[in-house]
Design a protein around this ligand. Structure first.
Ligand code: FMN
Length: 198
């Protein structure tokens, strides 16, 4: 798998009317494509049917028979096929949006033994509160969270024409993508070598 591209899913976490999320996700996807090590797919939760009401059992135990809505199929198959994730999240009341929590909770094994990096945006904290909560939650699913993330404080003045004004942003993205790529390769090999003992 050394020269093979890893499948990277960039998740747009906000579904709010007038949201900024797609602007950030589009730039992130562009950086990931330029990195060269990934086959990039953007999954926008606003285009997926993600009900808040869950089936009786946890997806952890139900396997492929888990009764998901038909409108969730594209999300499930993208998560299933992914070698790595970048979650693009805003901060809502010092956490991440309910849309993202619902999308996470409808799945389990699709996250297991795979790396997740974060790109956040918001007010003064740049979405860091949201990322701290996501790291905690995704660890429960046996995902591996990547240390270096990108946070855009006061994004409303920090972006112009779909790009961050900070000239260092692309460099930070490259570091994040390098770490994610390393984990994607390592965990892809590990998953193929032996089932993860979850
Ligand atoms: C319900 C709600 C709660 C918010 N709470 C916070 C917050 O705690 N911290 C913060 O920095 N920004 C907060 N914001 C501002 C958001 O970061 C900002 O509106 C951002 O654009 C939201 O992302 P979106 O446009 O992709 O939905 C909040 C926004 C909403 C709608």
């Amino acid at each position: 798998m050394e020269n093979e591209k890893h499948k990277l899913v960039v998740i747009v976490g906000s579904v709010r009317e007038g949201r900024f999320g797609p602007v950030v996700a589009s730039w992130v996807a562009e950086q990931a494509a330029a990195h060269g090590g990934f086959e990039v797919e953007v999954v926008d939760l606003a285009e997926i049917d993600v009900p808040l009401s869950l089936p009786a059992v946890s997806p952890k135990y139900a396997g492929d028979d888990y009764p998901r809505p038909a409108g969730m199929e594209s999300l499930t198959s993208a998560l299933e096929a992914a070698d790595a994730f970048i979650v693009v999240t805003p901060e809502y009341n010092h956490s991440y949006p309910a849309s993202l929590k619902a999308a996470i909770d409808w799945h389990f094994t699709q996250w297991t033994a795979k790396p997740v990096a974060f790109v956040s945006y918001g007010g003064a904290a740049g979405g860091r509160h949201a990322v701290l909560h996501l790291e905690n939650v995704l660890t429960e699913l046996h995902a591996v969270t990547v240390r270096d993330g990108l946070a855009f404080p006061n994004y409303f003045t920090a972006w112009q024409d779909g790009r961050p004004l900070d000239p260092e942003a692309a460099g930070y993205a490259k570091t994040l993508l390098e770490q994610l790529s390393w984990w994607a390769a390592a965990l892809h090999t590990a998953r193929q070598t032996a089932p993860y003992p979850a």
